[in-house]
Design a protein around this ligand. Sequence first.
Ligand code: ADP
Length: 465
Amino acid sequence: MAEEQDVERREASAAGDSILLTYNRLIGARLYLHTWIRLFVAITIVVGALCAKYLMGIDQLDVLPLIALGVLIAGYNVVAWYLTRAYRSPERAGEAYRYLLGIMYVAIVLDFLSLGGAVWLVGGARSPFLAFYLLHVILSGIMLSRRAAMTLTALAYLLLVILVLGEWTGWIPPRLPEGAVGGVGKLDGRYAVTILGVYALLFGLTTFLLVGLSELLRRGERELHDANIELDRLSSLRRDFLHITLHDLKSPVGAITGLMQNLRAGLCGKLTDRQAEWVDRSLKRLGGLSQFLRELHTLAALETGSLDAEAKDVDLAGLLHELAEENHDLAQARNHTLTVEIDDALPAVRGVRHLLKQAVENLLNNAIKYTPEGGKIVMRGRALPGAVRIEVQDDGIGISAEDQERLFEEFSRVQRSSKLSKAPGSGVGLSIVKRIVERHGGRAVVESQIDQGSKFIIELPLAGR
Ligand code: ADP
């Protein structure tokens, strides 16, 4: 029920208050832009009148009144510009919405009146500029709410009726500068009726079609806006949930691990072989769980905050050698040969060393895990123009083209390789690699072929690039 009322309220506001096709908070920016457009129109009227008289030779043109009209348009737009210039940003426009709305209505009414004046000076009912009425009707149909657009269209039509009937009855003296308008005789009644009929139809249809269209667009825009807010809410909910869960899980897992280690060390008496084996298995599983929590923590930490404060020049050659040394035993346990190839004078990159190390280590661990025993693993550091490339290549089981597409997504594991290697994992490692590399302005890609091996590539831009 409350939801229905909310929808009704928003529908009502769309029909009444909402005045812009684009999101209401852009009203300030729109108004500001329109004042510039009208200033341009004012200059065009002045220049156009002068050109028409002195270049084109339309002698009967009322140049002075047209210049006065141009100055008038420029005048009220300078005022509008002054009044709206502080509200160009969506934040400021939101707070002064009603005020800006008022300025907008006044400016549009003045536009219609000025247009009426300009059309009268250049031929009235027979003016080639009559079509500009239609342009204004189109603009109000797009920019205003249904009620306002219809009211202003009616006003535009009323002005037209006054002009045409006024000229026909002789109540308004016709201004017919020869050369600017077709016929200069007395206005034919049939022509006046035709003009009024045609324009009634044009105004009516244009407003009807445009108002419907812009209502639809406005509704879509509102739904998109609401969906964005909901997405933001869900995203922060997910972040909070992750932080709280990690925090609440880390301490008990740490405590249980400590207690199990004490048990294993015999602090509560000597264990039988079977008991020791079970405790070892439990500790191994706990190790896996701790590792997973650490990965999730890194992933969560990478979502927020800037890396700038921690960034330093990182010597990648040193980092790769260090990783090779630290993972030597792990590789040897699976009989892999692990080598490092570094280009001469590999430049340093700007970044957070422990994060970059973690990214490359994830790739190295995968290469060790997903390569059958006795494999060949190479880590390379290459200097590229403006960037540094790190490669971790193995001759392991490889990844199909189809699986490569979603490899860097969170929790993505490849059935085949996980089964073949029986390697434990959570599918988070590569998404951490991607996020770390992207936070450093770089990119991570993979080249791989089934049963041929895989090459994971990280490219990092040099500082200042
Ligand atoms: P995890 O290794 O924890 O499952 P990752 O995100 O590090 O998670 O890797 C995702 C999946 O990509 C792995 O489960 C594995 O199937 C596949 N994979 C990653 N590296 C390799 C590699 N070097 N060779 C073959 N498959 C790999």
